[in-house]
Every structure is written in structure tokens, then in C-alpha cells.
Design a protein around this ligand. Structure first.
Ligand code: SF4
Length: 145
């Protein structure tokens, strides 16, 4: 089943995608001041509520919590980061222009295919949309340019 674009990702698709190309590194502050460590990976990536609570408790005392969350919102799909669960970050993204990593990749791939004008038929089959969508999106991109 092909991944669907979210509303926010759709808005970005027709806008300036150059920011999406930036490689986001884990901030130095997080690397230097993290209260977590690689040994705690199982706790931080667990689906068990009790383990997640343990991880959240560690985050709550972490000096890097703000920069960690700022990094994790656009960059981390899974695990506890910056005192949030993946579900909480997904909700936060919905209320902002920030898109998740998988949406970012999808937007960049679609934009690249539209820029290269790969053709309605292959586009429709690749993204499971109608051929009309291809022409509509191409037109939208040209209007936005
Ligand atoms: S906020 Fe949480 S996930 Fe981020 S560095 Fe601190 S302890 Fe680790």
C-alpha cells in the first residue's frame, strides 16, 4: 500500500522544498548533555507503556530536553525523544509545518518525479493516484513557480 501525503506535506510539496533537503544532525547540546545512553535503547524504543514511562521519566530530568525535541520532531519517527512518544510527536507535527521523515522523503521523491515530468502513466501507477492528479499537480507547481 503506497504511503499517503499528509495535509502538511501536501502544502510543502508545492512550496519551497529546499529546507527539506537539509540534513538534520543530532544537536551538539543533545550529544553532550543527554541523560540517556545507547545502553538504554531497549527502554527508549519499547512499545511497553511501563518502559516508555521509564524513558519519559529520564527525559524529564534531561538538560537537553528542548533541543532534543526540536531535533526529533522532524527527524525521529520512532522511540522516546525529548520527553515525547512517537504518537505525541505525530500530533505535534499535525499542528505545524513540520513533516515526519517518511513524509519528507515522499515529498522529495514526488517533487523530483514532477520536475523530471516522468509522465502521467508511470506517476499514477507509482503513487496510486489518477493520471489527472499528475497533470493537476504539474499545473499547481507551475503556478507556484
Ligand atoms: S530528552 Fe530524553 S531522549 Fe533526549 S537526550 Fe534527553 S534523555 Fe535522551
Amino acid at each position: 500500500m503506497p504511503m499517503k501525503l499528509t495535509k502538511d506535506a501536501m502544502r510543502i510539496l508545492f512550496g519551497d522544498v529546499s529546507k527539506l533537503r537539509e540534513i538534520i544532525d543530532i544537536p551538539r547540546d543533545v550529544l553532550m548533555n543527554a541523560s540517556c545512553s545507547p545502553e538504554l535503547s531497549e527502554t527508549f524504543y519499547s512499545d511497553e507503556p511501563a518502559e516508555q514511562d521509564k524513558a519519559l521519566a529520564i527525559c524529564s530530568g534531561c538538560k537537553a530536553i528542548e533541543s532534543c525535541l526540536a531535533y526529533a520532531l522532524p527527524s525521529e519517527e520512532f522511540g522516546i525523544w525529548g520527553g515525547t512518544t512517537p504518537e505525541q510527536r505525530a500530533k505535534m507535527r499535525m499542528k505545524s509545518d513540520i513533516v515526519s521523515p517518511d513524509q519528507r522523503h515522499l515529498v522529495l521523491e514526488i517533487r523530483s518525479d514532477l520536475d523530471r515530468k516522468i509522465g502521467a502513466k508511470p506517476f499514477a501507477s507509482k503513487y496510486q493516484v489518477t493520471q489527472r492528479t499528475y497533470y493537476r499537480w504539474l499545473e499547481k507547481l507551475e503556478d507556484a513557480a
